[in-house]
Design a protein around this ligand. Structure first.
Ligand code: FES
Length: 180
């Protein structure tokens, strides 16, 4: 993914700090990658290259480790993180179709982030709201019984408003109270 202005310098600084805190042995590779993830929110290609050079291991080995560990991300988290539940209940009732709808609309695949870094998209296992399957979680907002036609509305509300649907709903609730 293309780096934003100034990001290259931040990555270099953070990685050299991490490299300075560990001996350059292979057993420190995973802890180093975890620290990169903690500091930057993901493990950029540049960080993998720097670590591979320092530890004198092939860059492809570092890349394989990053793809192997679920908690390590190859792409930066978006401003809004969309999680589509593909646990059993959601999967049975169309979760995959919802995920595909987000992929088409955002022009990215699951695990990726849009070029403007506004949205990232991932699949998750059961989030504990099976009664309202299929479920989508955007940041801390949970939306249930999602249909493909609802996907545009969800995205629009977060595109136009940093608090997205949550704020929209709060406003509706407020209006409801005022009408009582
Ligand atoms: S399977 Fe999706 S909320 Fe349980």
């Amino acid at each position: 993914m293309e780096l934003l202005e100034g990001e290259k310098e931040v990555i270099k600084t953070q990685v050299s700090e991490i490299l300075g805190q560990h001996s350059h042995h292979c057993e420190n590779l995973v802890p180093m990658l975890q620290e990169v993830q903690n500091k930057l929110g993901y493990v950029p290609e540049l960080a993998m290259e720097k670590i591979a050079d320092a530890l004198e291991v092939p860059a492809i080995s570092v890349y394989s480790i990053v793809t192997f560990y679920n908690q390590l991300r190859l792409n930066p988290p978006g401003d809004h993180q969309i999680k589509v539940c593909l646990g059993t209940a959601c999967h049975m009732i169309g979760g995959q179709i919802i995920l595909n709808s987000f992929e088409r609309r955002l022009e990215i695949e699951e695990g990726e982030t849009t070029l403007d870094r506004k949205f990232s998209l991932e699949r998750v296992a059961c989030v504990g709201c099976c009664a309202i399957a299929p479920v989508v979680v955007v940041d801390d907002y949970v939306d249930g019984k999602v249909t493909p036609t609802r996907v545009d509305g969800i995205l629009l509300s977060f595109e136009n408003n940093s608090n997205g649907v949550k704020k929209e709903q709060e406003q509706k609730q407020g209006e409801g109270k005022n009408n009582e």
